[in-house]
Design a protein around this ligand. Structure first.
Ligand SMILES: [Zn+2]
Length: 108
C-alpha cells in the first residue's frame, strides 16, 4: 500500500512550502548532481534535470522547513505528499517553483 497523508495534512504542508518559496526567497536551479536527485544550501535548491523534479523540490523544501527532521522522516513525508497531492496541486506547485528559477541560471 502506498503511504498517503490525509488531504488536510498534505494541504497544510504544501502551504508551508509555498510560503517558504515566496517569503524566504528560496531560489531554484538545475544542476547535474549525480549521487542525489537534488541538494540545498537552505538558500538555493539544486535539482538534477534528469530526475523527478517535483518530488525532489518537495523533498529539499521539506529539509529547509523541517530542519530537525531526519532524512528518513523527510523521505516519508515526501512519499506521503507525492501519493496524496492532486494533479491540480502538482501543477500549481510547479508553476510556483518555476517562478523561483532565475532566468540566467546555469545548467551544469
Ligand atoms: Zn534529503
Amino acid at each position: 500500500m502506498a503511504y498517503r497523508l490525509s488531504d488536510k495534512k498534505c494541504k497544510k504542508l504544501m502551504r508551508r512550502l509555498y510560503f517558504l518559496l515566496k517569503t524566504k526567497k528560496i531560489h531554484v536551479c538545475f544542476k547535474r548532481i549525480g549521487q542525489n536527485n537534488g541538494e540545498t544550501d537552505y538558500k538555493i535548491i539544486y535539482l538534477d534535470p534528469r530526475e523527478d523534479i517535483l518530488a525532489t523540490a518537495i523533498h529539499e523544501l521539506l529539509h529547509i522547513e523541517l530542519r530537525q527532521n531526519t532524512e528518513k522522516e523527510i523521505k516519508k513525508l515526501e512519499e506521503g505528499i507525492m501519493n496524496t497531492i492532486s494533479h491540480w496541486q502538482a501543477r500549481h506547485f510547479l508553476q510556483k517553483l518555476i517562478k523561483r528559477m532565475p532566468k540566467n541560471y546555469k545548467l551544469m
